[in-house]
Ligand binder design. Structure first.
Ligand SMILES: [Zn+2]
Length: 225
């Protein structure tokens, strides 16, 4: 089984690097491969759909249409030799392309799973997040302090507004937050990042094992037919 980290190259406020989402997705994928036998970690796709971050230096977006096509072609090319493809998504803006690609790939009979962290997981380990922590806020800052603290410029961190997801999609980040931050990084820490990271990996591992179990059931049914 192949696990592919999906990231982005986009502004993450004044305090986090452009490849924040890619690093997080890669680390989660490595965590999955370390825990589930037979999972191979592919190199990360470091570009995604980041149209909502246009107008900030450093943002490089493929757009949803191209990303969806790329995910379809990557899966088709892996399909001959892999028993399935798991996309580990580190960037919310990739979600619609991922949904579109997975729908098409499944209609072709291919084994593909999309996983992304849910904000409820951070809340479960006591980190206030949810809809108020959309981008470069406390969750991502804690995760990066855990994974690559030397790349976090905590002295430059500032709080931004907390728009609804619908408002973010409609208007883009630029008119809402000059700093690029949506949420509040204050309170972030490496220890908190470790808690969130392990909650994410646990959830990812559970999702892949559940999915793999359905594949085994299908194979068994095929064999007894
Ligand atoms: Zn991010």
């Amino acid at each position: 089984m192949l696990a592919v980290p999906l990231g982005s190259t986009e502004q993450h406020g004044p305090h986090l690097p452009l490849d924040t989402d890619t690093r997080i997705a890669r680390a989660l994928t490595d965590g999955l491969a370390a825990r589930v036998a037979g999972v191979l970690a592919a190199p990360a796709l470091a570009y995604g759909a980041s149209g909502e971050h246009a107008g900030f230096p450093g943002t490089l977006s493929l757009g949803s249409r191209v990303l969806a096509l790329a995910l379809v072609e990557l899966t088709r090319s892996a399909d001959a030799t892999a028993s399935g493809v798991v996309f580990v998504n580190g960037h919310g803006g990739n979600a619609s392309a991922l949904r579109e690609a997975v729908t098409l790939l499944r209609s072709e009979g291919r084994r593909v799973l999309a996983w992304a962290p849910r904000s409820a997981l951070a809340a479960r380990v006591g980190v206030p997040s949810g809809d108020t922590d959309l981008h470069a806020g406390r969750v991502e800052t804690s995760l990066m302090l855990h994974l690559a603290s030397d790349l976090v410029r905590l002295d430059r961190a500032v709080a931004g507004p907390s728009p609804t997801l619908a408002e973010l999609v409609r208007r883009g980040v630029r008119p809402l937050s000059p700093s690029g931050v949506l949420g509040d990084p204050s309170g972030a820490s490496p220890a908190e990042g470790a808690l969130i990271f392990h909650a994410y990996v646990d959830d990812l591992v559970a999702a892949v094992l559940r999915w793999d179990e359905t594949r085994r059931d299908e194979n068994r049914r095929e064999e007894t037919r």
